[in-house]
Design a protein around this ligand. Structure first.
Ligand code: C2E
Ligand code: CA
Ligand code: CA
Ligand code: CA
Length: 287
């Protein structure tokens, strides 16, 4: 039986099909869905903590399945990576993000929206056409390279010098690179020496409960210590920071005190449709 979670999200859950069958079906379904135009992007604001103004957006993919409803990326991105479909899907995400960001900047100016950030999988970095695809997405949309931030996870970036060469090519084009989920990998700090990053995104796991002072709690102290160390290191290296997963004002206040200026999270803005984000940008432009 289908299992319906909150907001009618339908997960590919155990019991729906046998796992191998579900994976095979999901792979075929993804190909069909891409051709049928069932994917859409939502945009989560990246916000200046002190003023609440939007400085950028992260693009997050959604799949509106005709029978299953909205499918979470946590359920289909792994399948898309396994089947290789992440390459054409990721190419679509990149092009659509550039097109939408260029439209917003044309409408509101770069003072209202500075940058747009799609996620990029390791499989895409190994695709020999990736750099050319990025170049074409920028040229076709007219988005200046410095307004594009590619979000990469540490595990993706750690895959050897071929990937590193691709990242340097992108960097030389003026595209900015963000290290996503920072602090969760095994070699975050040494990675920053080799990697031409412009932004580090402090993982949500360090933001969760950061507002709570629990005297004597090693875990609470460690979270704050990591959050502080990351922003100090980033400042020293000239990198921007984004604190992820901020769910209340107390967390935002604590992160501001630790030295973060920019954040992202449900408290600052949930991922919304392009139309809803347009309304927020219009309201900010008027204020
Ligand atoms: P991520 O890149 O770390 O993206 C942040 C995730 O955290 C998003 O989940 C976002 O909706 C969620 N989030 C943001 N603020 C909060 C908060 O305050 N509280 C909580 N609990 N969650 C928050 P989403 O959209 O479900 O995406 C999950 C993951 O799927 C992403 O993690 C990313 O790794 C992947 N993903 C999404 N879109 C794409 C894509 O276009 N390409 C690739 N390769 N991966 C994608
Ligand atoms: Ca991300
Ligand atoms: Ca993240
Ligand atoms: Ca993540």
């Amino acid at each position: 039986a289908k299992q319906r979670g909150k907001a009618n999200w339908v997960r590919y859950a155990p019991g729906m099909e046998k796992p191998a069958q579900a994976h095979a079906q999901l792979g075929g379904d993804l190909r069909r869905a891409l051709d049928a135009g069932e994917f859409a992007l939502v945009y989560q604001p990246i916000v200046h903590l002190a003023t609440g103004r939007v400085v950028g957006v992260e693009a997050l993919v959604r799949w509106f399945h005709p029978d299953r409803g909205m499918v979470s990326p946590a359920d289909f991105i792994p399948a898309a990576e396994r089947t290789g479909l992440i390459v054409p899907l990721g190419r679509w995400v990149l092009r659509e993000t550039c097109r939408q960001a260029a439209a917003w900047i044309a409408e509101f100016g770069p003072g209202v929206l500075e940058k747009a950030a799609p996620n990029v999988s390791v499989r895409q970095l190994h695709d020999p056409d990736f750099v050319a695809d990025v170049r074409a997405a920028l040229a076709d949309s007219g988005l200046p390279a410095r307004r594009l931030v590619l979000e990469l996870t540490e595990s993706a970036v750690l895959r050897g010098h071929q990937v590193l060469r691709v990242l340097h090519e992108l960097h030389d084009m003026g595209v900015r690179l963000a290290l996503d989920d920072f602090g969760t990998g095994e070699s975050s700090l040494s990675l920053l020496r080799a990697f031409p990053a412009a932004v580090v995104k402090l993982d949500k796991s360090f933001v969760d409960h950061i507002e709570l002072d629990e005297p004597g709690s090693a875990a609470a102290n460690a979270r704050q210590a990591v959050a502080r160390a990351v922003v100090q290191l980033a400042d020293a290296l000239g990198l921007d920071t984004v604190a992820e997963g901020i769910e209340n004002q107390e967390q935002a206040d604590r992160l501001l005190k630790l030295g973060y200026t920019v954040g992202q999270g449900y408290h600052l803005g949930r991922p919304v449709s392009a139309a809803e984000l347009t309304a927020r940008l219009a309201a900010e432009q008027r204020s």
